[in-house]
Ligand binder design. Structure first.
Ligand code: C2E
Ligand code: MG
Ligand code: MG
Length: 618
């Protein structure tokens, strides 16, 4: 039966592959021991001395050595030490054999590496158990070593895998970080010019503001730059050229700045500049001047030469500001003022402007409400025929009856209405109201006939596609004879030089509606323009009348203007007649009509009726 060193129930295990080397100089001992061990199935080899043992080990390493202590020449201790000194044999367990009467130094035996000992005469069972134990221990050790190796291998494998995963993870982290940086970068940069955008600009402004709060000698300024009439460039040369021009403007702006300043594109044709470490406002305004001058040089974009004018709003970096947005807002307000003052210039913000801007905003909101709540009213001012001395008609002039501020004149709210687009609703309402009034007066027995009504129409209305349809609708609804309607237009309508506008004016003429050129002389229209349009009347602006009074000798430009009207087959109205002297002067010049406070200021229709009933003659 093959016995194993372990796990067989009888404490023995399969020993057929286990090789035991017995070293003993006594042949009897060798025989007895080998027979005991061979009987339980071990493979046994025998050596009588060191040389034989050494040779046996060279052939095959045994799993266990039984070593006699008392041997001639090389004794057991020495052999043991030699085995232990050799790497190949160091791990082989050695059990010492000794006779009972031998002087056996057990401590030494264990010290030099022995694992056990057996005493002669041999007890069969004891030999088996001790051998078996050591072999078990050895195979357990080997098993542990193997497991260790395997474990180490697995750990190594796992470490490599982990390292790979880690590297992959690191690469992914790097990529996502790069992506994030790029995203962040693009969120703060303007796509077209690659300049900082509004968000980044406001960040920098905030930093400057915080610094100014901490350091009393640190000063900064904000510039808000807007290109004048950039829309014209886009409309005429196309957006691609417009884009290229914006890039070129950005580059040129940069040349006027130091590397410490921040230039940003705030959107559209707007740029912002943060000037840092400036000493005083003069330094800032000279930089603004430099910018305006540098942009005055033409730009070569694609195959075009383009000129750019800018308006610049300057805001001195006051550290009382709570938010950077307010700094920018006020620079923007100053820029609007620069535009209003004639463009192509800079303007420095002062707090009064903010107050005004707020008032305009309030006015804007109130005006929206006013249109809906019918707070607007129409006043009428008579126009006198200088041939008959009678009222020939009225000019309708809008007023705003503000619930808190009282009566507001059109000069105050018409510009706001123009900017917000409310002008369209206002003018159509005034037109309708005035037409209604005309019909009422025309039906009234004492009102002098023929009676005209003049209504001011903003230039923007003429560009509306449904403009004529609206006029027709109003005429239809109010049932007036269009021949008694006069529309007052300004030179800006003609300046549009738009084919559609010209056609619209022709259409009005076909409907017999009269056209008056209002405020004549204050605009820039050339006489040839006037000639091209179907105008009936020129209304000489009141500023020329007042000049005429001061300049009694030559009467200024008024005679020439009346002459122009007549030579073009038009009638002339003198507006702003305030004195009887003026009246007699324009009479002398054969002016056809007169309007002014001398006759009556604009008033409610009821009061105008009283005036007509009084049948005043001038
Ligand atoms: P405008 O069309 O030239 O109207 C004449 C302005 O001169 C009126 O001012 C009138 O009150 C004023 N005026 C008339 N005679 C005299 C005078 O002898 N002396 C002085 N100092 N002023 C005189 P108002 O009513 O304040 O209107 C100002 C401007 O507002 C108008 O000038 C017109 O351009 C605009 N406007 C008035 N109503 C409307 C409207 O319904 N629609 C549009 N789009 N504009 C309107
Ligand atoms: Mg007018
Ligand atoms: Mg006028």
């Amino acid at each position: 039966m093959a016995l194993t060193p372990n796990n067989t129930g009888n404490g023995l295990s399969d020993s057929s592959y286990q090789d035991i080397l017995i070293i003993d100089d006594t042949a009897d001992n060798l025989r007895i021991l080998s027979s005991i061990l061979a009987r339980v199935g071990y493979q046994v080899r025998k050596a009588l001395n060191w040389q034989m043992a050494f040779t046996a080990c060279q052939t095959q390493l045994p799993d266990l050595i039984l070593l006699d202590i008392m041997m001639p020449e090389v004794d057991g201790y020495e052999i043991c030490q030699r085995f232990k000194a050799n790497v190949a044999t160091a791990d082989i367990p050695i059990i010492f054999i000794s006779a009972l009467d031998d002087i056996f130094d057990k401590v030494k035996a264990f010290k030099i590496g022995g694992v056990d000992y057996i005493t002669k005469p041999f007890e069969f069972a004891e030999v088996i158990v001790r051998v078996q134990n050591q072999l078990d221990l050895r195979s357990a050790k080997l098993e542990i070593l193997k497991l260790n190796d395997r474990l180490e291998e697995r750990v190594k494998q796992r470490t490599i895998e982990l390292e790979n995963t880690l590297q992959k993870l690191q690469r992914e982290i790097n990529t996502s970080q790069e992506l994030q940086t790029k995203l962040l970068e693009s969120a703060l940069r303007d796509n077209l010019t690659s300049l900082p955008n509004r968000v980044l600009f406001l960040n920098r402004l905030e930093q400057a503001l915080n610094r100014a709060k901490l350091e009393s000698d640190y000063h900064f300024a904000v510039l808000f730059i807007d290109c004048d009439r950039f829309k014209n460039i886009n409309d005429s040369l196309g957006h691609l050229v417009g884009d290229k021009l914006l890039i070129a403007i950005g580059e040129r702006l940069q040349t006027s700045l130091s590397p410490f300043d921040t230039l940003a594109r705030l959107g559209g044709d707007e740029f912002g500049i943060l000037l840092e470490n400036v000493s005083d406002i003069e330094m800032v305004t000279s930089i603004a001047e430099r910018i305006i001058n540098s942009l005055n040089q033409h730009f070569n974009v694609s195959r075009y030469q383009a000129f750019v004018n800018v308006s610049i709003g300057i805001n001195w970096g006051n550290n009382n500001y709570e938010k950077p947005e307010y700094l920018l807002r006020d620079a923007d307000t100053a820029m609007y003022r620069a535009k209003a003052l004639g463009r192509g210039r800079f303007h420095v913000f002062d707090p009064q402007m903010h107050q005004e801007a707020i008032q305009i905003l309030e006015l804007e909101n109130d005006l929206r409400r006013a249109v809906n709540k019918q707070e607007l009213i129409v006043y009428y001012q008579p126009i006198i025929s200088l041939d008959t001395g009678k009222i020939a008609g009225f000019e309708a002039l809008v007023r705003w009856q503000h619930p808190l501020k009282g009566l507001i004149l059109p000069t105050e709210f018409i510009p706001v209405a123009e900017e917000t687009g409310l002008i369209h609703a206002i003018d159509t309402w005034v037109l309708k109201t005035a037409c209604n009034q005309l019909r009422i007066w025309q039906n009234h027995p004492v009102v002098p006939k023929p009676l005209h009504i003049s209504v001011n129409l903003n230039a923007k209305l003429f560009l509306q596609p449904n403009f004529l349809a609206q006029i027709d609708q109003i005429i239809y609804e109010t049932k007036i004879n269009p021949a008694f309607l006069e529309l007052e237009i300004t030179e800006s309508v003609i300046m549009e030089n738009n084919v559609d506008v010209k056609t619209t004016l022709q259409e009005l003429k076909q409907r017999k509606i009269k056209l008056t050129m209002d405020d004549f002389g204050t605009g820039y229209s050339s006489l040839s323009y006037l000639h091209n349009f179907p105008l009936n009347t020129l209304k000489i602006d009141k500023s020329f009348l007042s000049l005429m009074q001061k300049n009694h000798e030559n009467m200024g430009l008024v005679p020439a203007m009346i002459g122009i009207a007549h030579s073009m087959g038009m009638k002339a109205i003198a507006e702003g007649v305030e004195t009887s002297e003026q009246l007699s002067q324009i009479r002398e010049l054969n002016c056809n009509f007169a309007q002014g406070n001398l006759f009556s200021v604009p008033m409610e229709p009821e009061l105008m009726l009283d005036l007509m009933l009084a049948a005043l003659q001038w």
